[in-house]
Design a protein around this ligand. Structure first.
Ligand code: PMP
Length: 403
């Protein structure tokens, strides 16, 4: 009989050249467990998804309750479903006045697709600007705006009229003009290795978009729901987008995405043509119930208030010669070793130290720390002790300490 590992490698589509290849049977809080009880601290939250930890009891209860009422009923936007209405209401209550209409989809990529289509439809323009080293998804449209040629080359032709400009370069904003439908940006570039906007870059971007009638889309798939110490990252910079794209932690561990804008902008998808975006499973009731419950946990357990203090603990504990820099704040940190071999060693050997770590897509010399926000101070200490032992071994066993 073949093992699960053999079946996984043989029968399931593989795109990673070096998958983590750990079998996980259960997960709770910050921990994942293998079939024989192996225990791992999840330091990446399934890539910024499990902000309230795995299987939070409040989320589980909401999922169970909703399943007893109903699962899928009908394609999105036809029937009134309580979990969608309640979650939409809650999200909008937390957002600025202009972001008052929410379209639920399935994923981050689909939310980006919806946002790009909406911007083209509303403005009647087709040019799109995005930033180098951005990541916006893997479908054709979202890949088109992703700012990494290596990921895109094999799939061209992609969307026409997409231009990439460097992040944090104010002079390049002049390319945004009256023919531009939208600019899509991550307020903090996550997969680039946690790159923050400098000075008033986002404000200048906002001003240029407003001046030219271009819609500003913020992709907060990775940065929302408290990860950077605010409910939404844009609050840190005092810049409000015209369209906000959400996913990952939005679903509380279930697949869910959304693009949120004003009712006026959104309504352009209902005519010429009607059904401007269609999704069968978008806003799945069980996912909305889970997402709302997870958001309630973030608020009720005051998780956001503790994020910066927890972040500071990682900075304090991760003090090692091999750690050249820790970028970011909140609980999305890039630990920079300056050495891709050492970073690779750390990530691939992490499970032996009871840790789960991961790369950034476009920053090979840094690894990611993005634990569930529910991680306690004691758990951070424990995780950092393990991590320091791992870093020390990696430092000795790779070229790191010889340089
Ligand atoms: N935007 C950003 C900023 C992301 O980090 C991701 C996923 N890593 C996406 C979009 C795409 O989301 P999904 O994988 O759910 O399609």
């Amino acid at each position: 009989m073949l093992t699960n590992r053999q079946l996984f490698l043989e029968l399931l589509g593989q795109t990673s050249g070096s998958p983590l290849l750990l079998e996980i049977k259960e997960a709770e809080g910050i921990y994942m467990y293998g079939p024989s009880g192996e225990k791992y601290i999840d330091l990446i939250s399934g890539v910024s998804v499990s902000n309230t930890g795995h299987c939070h009891p409040h989320v589980i209860e909401a999922v169970k309750k909703q399943i007893e009422f109903h699962m899928h009923l009908m394609v999105y936007g036809e029937l009134i479903q309580n979990p969608q209405v309640r979650y939409g209401e809650k999200l909008i209550s937390l957002l600025p006045e202009t972001l008052n209409n929410c379209y639920f989809v399935n994923s981050g990529s689909e939310a980006v697709e919806g946002a790009l289509k909406l911007a083209k439809r509303y403005t009647g323009r087709s040019r799109i600007i995005s930033f180098t080293n951005s990541y916006h998804g893997s479908t054709h449209g979202s890949l088109s705006v992703t700012g990494n040629e290596h990921l895109k080359r094999a799939f061209r032709p992609l969307l026409p009229g997409v231009h990439h400009i460097p992040f944090n370069n104010i002079s390049s904003l002049s390319i945004i003009d009256e023919k531009t439908a939208c600019v899509i940006a991550e307020p903090v570039q996550a997969e680039a290795g946690v790159i923050y906007p400098e000075n008033d870059f986002l404000l200048q971007l906002r001003n240029r978009c407003t001046k030219t009638g271009t819609l500003l889309i913020f992709d907060e798939v990775q940065t929302a729901f408290g990860r950077l110490g605010k409910m939404f990252a844009f609050e840190k910079f005092g810049v409000v987008p015209d369209i906000l794209v959400l996913a990952k932690a939005l679903g509380g561990g279930m697949p869910l995405g959304a693009f949120i804008t004003s009712k006026e902008i959104m309504s352009s998808l209902t005519h010429n043509p009607p059904l401007g975006h269609i999704t069968t499973f978008g806003g799945h009731p069980v996912c909305c119930a889970a997402g709302l419950a997870s958001l309630e946990v973030i608020i009720n357990e005051k998780l956001i208030e503790q994020v910066q203090e927890k972040s500071a603990l990682f900075r304090e504990y991760l003090n090692h010669e091999a750690v050249k820099e820790i970028r970011g704040d909140g609980l999305l940190l890039a630990v920079e070793t300056g050495d891709s071999e050492m970073t690779g060693y750390i990530i691939s050997h992490a499970p032996e130290y009871g840790l789960i770590l991961d790369y950034f897509l476009f920053s090979p010399t840094a690894f990611r720390i993005a634990p569930p926000l529910v991680i306690t101070k004691e758990e951070i200490k424990e995780a950092c002790e393990k991590l320091l032992a791992l870093i020390e071994t990696a430092y000795k066993n790779t070229s790191g300490c010889k340089r």
